[in-house]
Design a protein around this ligand. Structure first.
Ligand SMILES: C[S@@+](CC[C@H](N)C(=O)[O-])C[C@H]1O[C@@H](n2cnc3c(N)ncnc32)[C@H](O)[C@@H]1O
Length: 260
């Protein structure tokens, strides 16, 4: 069931009151509430291929937590719903699986909500963002939905994950031109020139993977943009020029900005 707008406003008020302890930073809390109410207001995602079998149950559980739960339960139920839509294991063809193995690639772990909530400080309407190793692109899609900007480039090796991502884009009502989907191996794909770069260790920094980080770092150093980098389980740091400094790190997410 999709709640009515009046119900959503009531839920927003309740969330404003209870989410302070799980999300103390006011701007990020506001964005988290927008994200939660976005999911509350959406119908079930397009389920071609049966990729979201638990969505309706998880959504019911999340809605139930809003009535009966404390902040931790609400947060946990929402994370479960988000992680289900994110999909933990992207579907690969045999060739794609071989390429992922060859470059020591990581399977599709979810980057989590914190980069999405923090990215709002760095994205303006003119920004171009990218996720290298995007899976079904949910991270970039949610950033594009919360902070509409010029373009989000999603590079992913799994063609099926990208097909699912395109359907999620329609589900979220994001205009076609706002997202550029690229099915490619990041090791040899062109590196997009962007204002916000997001990545969650698509490849290990060894063998072929090392070439990717070297090429990425060289492109970032050359670029005239003051690119902000959000890197999960970071292994780019050792390759970056000293024009970049870390401005946030929590052991999961490391953020860099260009100083000159
Ligand atoms: C850890 S997941 C991150 C997914 C998403 N970016 C996030 O943060 O939630 C890594 C992603 O990189 C993709 N990947 C692995 N090797 C790759 C390669 N060589 N080229 C492009 N994508 C790759 C995987 O298919 C997977 O979707």
């Amino acid at each position: 069931m999709v709640p009515f707008p009046a119900m959503i406003r009531e839920i927003e008020e309740r969330l404003r009151a209870v989410l302070v302890d799980v999300c103390p930073e006011p701007d990020q809390r506001r964005r988290l509430i927008r994200l939660m109410t976005l999911f509350i207001g959406l119908p079930s995602p397009p389920n071609e291929g049966g990729h979201f079998p638990q969505y309706d149950d998880l959504k019911e559980r999340f809605l139930g937590s809003l009535v009966h739960g404390d902040s931790e339960l609400i947060d946990e139920c929402f994370l479960d719903l988000y992680a289900h839509v994110h999909m933990h294991e992207a579907p690969y063809t045999t060739d794609e699986r071989r390429s992922v193995d060859r470059s020591g690639g990581y399977w599709c772990h979810a980057g989590g909500l914190s980069p999405i909530l923090k990215a709002g400080d760095w994205i303006t309407p003119d920004s171009v963002s990218a996720d290298l190793g995007a899976g079904n692109g949910l991270q970039g899609l949610l950033m594009q939905k919360l902070y509409p900007h010029a373009r989000c480039v999603q590079v992913e090796i799994s063609s099926e994950a990208v097909a699912i991502g395109r359907r999620l884009q329609g589900w979220l009502g994001i205009p076609e031109v706002a997202v550029e989907w690229v099915v490619a191996d990041v090791v040899d794909a062109p590196i997009p020139d962007v204002d916000l770069l997001y990545l969650y260790r698509p490849v290990r920094p060894e063998g072929r993977g090392r070439l990717f980080y070297q090429r990425l770092a060289a492109g970032l150093a050359r670029s005239t943009r003051r690119t902000v980098i959000f890197s999960i389980a970071d292994c780019l740091r050792d390759f970056l020029s000293n024009r970049f400094e870390v401005f946030y790190s929590d052991g999961h997410l490391t953020c860099f900005r260009k100083t000159s």
